[in-house]
Design a protein around this ligand. Sequence first.
Ligand code: IPE
Ligand code: IPE
Ligand code: MG
Length: 249
Amino acid sequence: MAFIKPTQPKGEPEVDLGRLPRHVAIIMDGNGRWAKRRGLPRTAGHAAGAETFRTIATYCKDIGLEYLTVYAFSTENWKRPLEEVSAIVGLLKKYLLESIEKMERDRIRLRFFGDLTPLPQELKELCGRTNEISKGYDGMQVNVCFNYGGRDEIIQAARAFAAACAAGERRPEELTEEMFGGYLYSAGIPDPDLVIRPSGEVRISNFLLWQSAYAEFYFTDVLWPDFSPEELRRALAAYQGRDRRYGGV
Ligand code: IPE
Ligand code: IPE
Ligand code: MG
């Protein structure tokens, strides 16, 4: 696999807007370290990271990207101190409330990947409502992964298929990759073409395990709160320089 070295040369990257990936996915990582470097509490890093999400999502819409998926909270992130988890949940609520109007103006579709059941009732309703409101829109689709885990998603899908078999609606031998994909949170959405992970970590951390089978990966040392449209252009330019072979020659 060709990784882009974190020390790639700077300079304005050239992006061909006519050849954009359809679907970009981002692991929004590095908030805690960003805060630590500034002597701030980790929660300040999450607030800064949420602002970066807003900037990057707006930029993606402006350049005409079709699908943007962001990893906001994993099934493993519950291991963190309650105060930090509460701050992240609070940010989700704040940004949802603020973005409803903007979503309508920009025709942005919003969908959630993940198990929202442990969230406060009010927030669950808000998620459901924003999802419902934006269903009919035709602009960029943003998928927010919250309490999301790739393995958990696959297990949920396997359970749903097994239940359909037990109910006599499906037969095990008719299961195909395509049909299985229909049981995932990402049903109906093309697989990510490009997965970006800032913060210097070079791992997938349970993100889109099924969907990223043939994704291109881009890693950078930049911490998420410092991630800029220029940084995104750099990732897009790197993507456009890749040769995707899908196992062929
Ligand atoms: C990503 O930033 C946000 C979440 C995982 C919720 P981190 O909080 O993981 O930041 P680091 O990795 O500790 O710097
Ligand atoms: C992945 O980041 C999850 C999100 C960014 C939401 P983590 O910070 O949780 O991942 P690890 O612990 O470094 O693998
Ligand atoms: Mg992290």
